[in-house]
Design a protein around this ligand. Structure first.
Ligand code: SF4
Length: 365
């Protein structure tokens, strides 16, 4: 039976809190970056974690990869709890779970050649000779679209897109099963973003990888992912297959996020207003539904009771007391209003002028 679609990585009631001070001599505060989140990543899928800055998506990704320990909850990899594993087993685990960092400028050691950067995981995880390591590095560079002879250069000699390719080669060097891509293209020039996105998709198919993408660029997410988990103030508010989420978002926050994306038609508009206000502080999240301070549908119960993450009949998950009512009202859909009268007049004038010019040119021919 195919393993594809089974759970490979799972977070169970995960929380990650950071303790800090609000200023030099300010009082101590606890930032609830991730709060009671349960999520399963299926083998072979691309799962996107999205949300505004401060939503906890990057922290959740790092906790899932065991790069930082959770404050509470468990992470299961292939059904095994990976919390508190002995160092030897943890090293073997690192080989299978790799990360691509957001910033290709700071994530590569400027004093190391590309050969050393990409070859380090090979050296750590495989008993390979120097010649075998060199061959593997050359092959990895070719895989990510670089030339083997570039292995002796230093990171500063490459462009942003090329550096991200080096980061990807390094992540692939230990033959991982799952890759976490933390904002993989947001630090790159728009012209090279598509190349990196295409490369990741190609590598995912070629090496049968599972991808977890942390991103706030909705176009990238729509293009790459199979399922999307939307986070707000450390909690998942909606989880759905990508098409269902983009076509009919159920949670008011998801609707607001999508409403902020420019639509291809200048005449199309969404049936609801853009979200107002800032994200509240994660050190003092609002009680009840955390979105109630910004939600246009908020009522009394929202201020007091946290809505559970409910599974719908279509297998989607949403955390909102009133998602059925909101969906029935058509909020979040895209509507194309009739053109404004001034625009109608201009279009009519343009058409009349085009008709008269065509007739004139046919007469004179
Ligand atoms: Fe808005 Fe209430 Fe739903 Fe929260 S539970 S998203 S405040 S309607």
């Amino acid at each position: 039976m195919s393993e594809s679609g089974k759970t490979i990585l799972e977070g169970v009631h995960l929380s990650k809190h950071f303790t800090g001070r609000g200023g030099w001599r300010g009082p101590r505060s606890v930032v609830r970056a991730v709060d009671e989140v349960s999520i399963a990543v299926r083998r072979g899928e691309t799962l996107a974690l999205v949300g505004e800055s401060g939503s906890g998506k990057s922290t959740l990704g790092r906790v899932l990869l065991n790069l930082i320990p959770p404050t509470a909850g468990d992470v299961l990899y292939e059904g095994r709890n990976i919390g508190g594993l002995p160092a030897r087993e943890l090293r073997a685990l690192r080989r299978e779970l790799q990360i691509i960092f957001q910033d290709p400028f700071s994530s590569l050691n400027p004093r190391m050649t590309v050969e050393k950067i990409v070859g380090e995981p090979v050296w750590l995880h495989e008993a390979a000779s120097a010649a075998e390591r060199r061959d593997k590095v050359a092959s990895l560079l070719r895989t990510v679209g670089l030339r083997p002879e570039q292995a002796h250069r230093y990171p500063h000699e490459f462009s942003g897109g090329q550096r991200q390719r080096i980061g990807i080669a390094r992540a692939l060097a230990s033959s991982p099963k799952l890759l976490l891509a933390d904002e993989p293209v947001s630090a790159l020039d728009v012209s090279v973003q598509a190349q990196i996105v295409n490369l990741l998709e190609e590598l995912k198919t070629r090496f049968a990888l599972t991808l977890v993408i942390v991103a706030h660029g909705l176009a990238v997410i729509r293009h790459m992912s199979d399922r999307v988990a939307v986070m707000y103030l450390g909690q998942i508010v909606e989880l759905a297959p990508v098409d269902a989420l983009f076509e009919a978002p159920l949670h008011p926050y998801t609707q607001a996020l999508l409403a902020s994306v420019p639509t291809p038609s200048p005449r199309a508009r969404r049936s609801r207003a853009l979200i107002q206000g800032d994200v509240p502080s994660a050190s003092a999240p609002p009680p009840g539904c955390r979105f109630h301070t910004r939600c246009p549908h908020a009522r009394e119960i929202c201020r007091e009771t946290r809505p559970p993450l409910e599974t719908t009949s279509e297998g989607r998950c949403v955390a909102c007391h009133f998602w059925r009512e909101i969906a029935a009202s058509g909020a979040g859909s895209i509507v194309a209003p009739p053109p404004a009268p001034a625009l109608t007049r201009r279009l009519a004038l343009f058409e009349a002028r085009t008709r008269s010019e065509t007739a004139h040119s046919q007469d004179s021919a």
